[in-house]
Design a protein around this ligand. Structure first.
Ligand code: NI
Length: 166
């Protein structure tokens, strides 16, 4: 396992479309493990393979809710329902937060690390995370979907300020 370096906003690769995974082999499983490790290292809720420089349709999500980490290969959103306006960040946009509209519920299909078909229904934060990560696979990033004028920059200073207010 290894921590991989995260591509950030100025990197053109984030604008590219990821390709479907044809064969799920040990190399893919290794990549998935590295993605989970990298997401945890940087306290992310989700990560798409393109963010570690690999244009393959793979996403991982962890809401830190004691449920297993979600790993989906070739994810496809087959249904959405409702709408929620939420604050959102991205490991590729460090210290930036925006407001976006996301579906309230998302149904996604794909494959697990063993090539078995999976189907997950997510609501709230999980729906938001699935929607965000699947966007990455289509070359769509935070600034493309943000509600205009809502970007906030969180500097270490302002984090300290927030903490001291509590
Ligand atoms: Ni992201």
């Amino acid at each position: 396992m290894a921590i991989r370096s995260i591509r950030t906003e100025e990197d053109e690769i984030l604008r590219k479309k990821s390709k479907e995974v044809d064969v799920i082999d040990d190399r893919i499983r290794e990549l998935v493990k590295d993605m989970v490790e990298t997401m945890h290292k940087y306290d992310g809720v989700g990560l798409a393979a393109v963010q570690v420089g690999i244009l393959k349709q793979i996403i991982v999500i962890d809401l830190y809710d004691e449920k297993p980490v979600i790993k989906i290969i070739n994810p496809k959103i087959i249904k959405t329902k409702g709408e929620q306006e939420v604050d959102e960040g991205c490991l590729s946009f460090p210290n930036k937060y925006v407001k976006v509209k996301r579906p309230e519920e998302v149904v996604v299909e794909g494959l697990d690390e063993n090539g078995k078909k999976i189907k997950i229904t997510g609501t709230g934060l999980l729906a938001q995370a699935i929607s965000h990560e699947v966007d990455h696979l289509h070359g769509i990033v935070l600034t493309d979907v943000m509600i205009p004028g809502t970007m906030e920059y969180i500097t270490p200073d302002s984090i300290e300020e927030k903490k001291s207010k509590k």
